[in-house]
Design a protein around this ligand. Structure first.
Ligand SMILES: NC(=O)c1ccc[n+]([C@@H]2O[C@H](COP(=O)([O-])OP(=O)(O)OC[C@H]3O[C@@H](n4cnc5c(N)ncnc54)[C@H](O)[C@@H]3O)[C@@H](O)[C@H]2O)c1
Length: 448
């Protein structure tokens, strides 16, 4: 059993802390956000993540998992201190490092014995060394030593628990083999592959991995846009490509592009890191531009199907950036819904989990429904932005019967064009043929 403190109780810190306690360690999760900690102490989970409630309750009951706002005391009580605070995008696109630096200062001030300081946040290359300097500068007792390790996180929201309990690899970067070995041992119960490297390479691996996945998404979206123009089906193209084991089928789903708390900020951050290092990362800049434009593909299709949007009632199905999370960070809905309102449309929105979070971020004119079917009643078109199970499984005949016009713009390719044709929808998806489209509409009118 190890004594671990996790600083930052967001998606990463809370999940990692719960999983470290699940494998038998004593974990203190701390956060400066009193509301979050109060909720956790009442057994309420501040984020939506399947299975997390049960794991947190179980480990709290067994006395292995504690929550506190007393960050200093938590640091003093542990031998391993994980930093899992946010690194949001700053106005210039760089990673905002103020939370990591404040955590490092706190660690320095409360360094009461040798500790391994492990960074789990996604941070620019060189941060490990910066953290070392800040801890060193804030130490009260000069004779106490510490080690710095980088152990970036790869979990995906929505499947975070299983990603953590069955992680496919742990990247461990350090200049001290002993510290690296201790963090590797900590991961032994996860039965995962361990890859040890230096600090800088570990920090770079995280950005390179996310950027590569973002590149795959923008690539297939670009192919989708060409497919529409030449009459090919991007679903088949992706499947055929993915059968090549050198390519693989994952992250080749065409749609309205990536969002969320990681890909947008991490792609921008790596572009900045490259710029600073004197390398013009043109490929990455193009990935970012392609993704930005892709969001508005649904707007082009809406205009094509309905003409002007003023006075039209549009159902927006799915608001979170992806299914199985309440995370609204960089969700496509945040760009598309305000644009619809600006163009004079009425918006009736539905999301099974993220509606409450969305309400705080979307224009107040938006109306919210309690089911996908009800959101579409009386609508001129419905737009799918997130492929939640109950949206993919909605009753199409009820939807069609309740809509003013059966127009569906499917930004996530949830349905098959042939199925929608049979069901009598005017159906547009991404990179596949549109069905039952109204007369006079030509492919060329989709202006990307
Ligand atoms: N969310 C993901 O899916 C994901 C996946 C992999 C990596 N990451 C990376 O992990 C890091 C954390 O992401 P997240 O989504 O969990 O962030 P988050 O915003 O959900 O949570 C961060 C938490 O840190 C707390 N915090 C900030 N400063 C603090 C301090 N000085 N002391 C104590 N607590 C403090 C905040 O109050 C907040 O609760 C980021 O660098 C992110 O890029 C996130």
């Amino acid at each position: 059993m190890r004594k671990i403190t996790v600083i930052g109780t967001g998606y990463v810190g809370l999940v990692s802390g719960a999983c470290f306690s699940e494998i038998g360690n004593r974990v203190i999760c701390c956060d400066v956000d009193q509301r979050k900690i109060d909720m956790l102490n009442r057994n309420e989970i501040p984020i939506y993540e399947p299975g997390l409630q049960e794991m947190v309750e179980r480990n709290k009951e067994q006395g292995r998992l504690l929550f506190t706002t007393e960050v200093g005391e938590a640091i003093e009580a542990s031998d391993i201190v994980y930093i899992a605070v946010g690194t949001p995008m700053s106005e210039t696109g760089e990673a905002d490092m103020r939370y990591v630096m404040s955590a490092a200062r706190m660690i320095g001030e409360h360094l009461n014995g040798h500790k391994i300081i492990v960074n789990k946040s996604t941070v620019p290359v060189g941060t490990g060394e910066l953290v070392r300097e800040v801890v060193q500068a804030n130490k009260k007792y000069p004779w106490i030593g510490f080690d710095i390790v980088s152990n970036p996180e790869f979990l995906r929201e929505g499947s975070a628990l299983s990603d953590c309990m069955n992680m496919d690899r742990a990247i461990i970067g350090s200049d001290n083999p002993d510290a690296a070995n201790q963090i590797a041992e900590l991961h032994a119960p996860f039965k995962t592959s361990i890859f040890k490297t230096d600090l800088e390479s570990a920090e770079m691996i995280k950005y390179a991995a996310n950027t590569f996945l973002a590149t795959k998404i923008s690539f297939i979206n670009a192919i989708a846009n060409i497919c529409e123009r030449v009459g090919a089906d991007v679903g088949d193209v992706a499947e055929g490509m993915g059968m090549d084991s050198r390519i693989g089928g994952k992250f080749l789903q065409a749609g309205i592009g990536y969002g969320g708390s990681c890909f947008p900020k991490d792609t921008y951050a790596l572009a900045h890191i490259a710029d600073k290092a004197g390398y013009e990362f043109e490929l990455l800049k193009s990935v970012i531009r392609t993704n930005h434009r892709q969001r508005f593909v649904v707007m082009d299709k809406l205009r094509e199907a309905l003409g002007g949007l003023a006075g039209k009632r549009i159902a927006v199905l799915g608001l979170a950036f992806k299914p199985d999370t309440d995370d609204m960070r960089e969700a496509p809905s945040l760009s598309i819904v305000p644009e619809l309102i600006k163009l004079g449309a009425e918006v009736s929105a539905y999301d099974p989990i993220a509606a409450e979070a969305a309400r705080k971020l979307l224009p107040e004119e938006v109306q919210y429904a309690d089911s996908a079917e009800r959101a579409t009643i009386g609508c001129d078109a419905c737009v799918i932005l997130t492929e939640w199970k109950d949206i993919v499984g909605m009753d199409l005949s009820t939807v069609k019967a309740g809509m003013k016009q059966p127009v569906m713009i499917d930004g996530r390719n949830c349905f098959q064009p042939s199925e929608m044709e049979r069901n009598g929808f005017v159906y547009y998806s991404v990179g596949r043929r549109a069905v039952n489209r109204t007369e006079g509409v030509t492919r060329k009118s989709v202006n990307l």
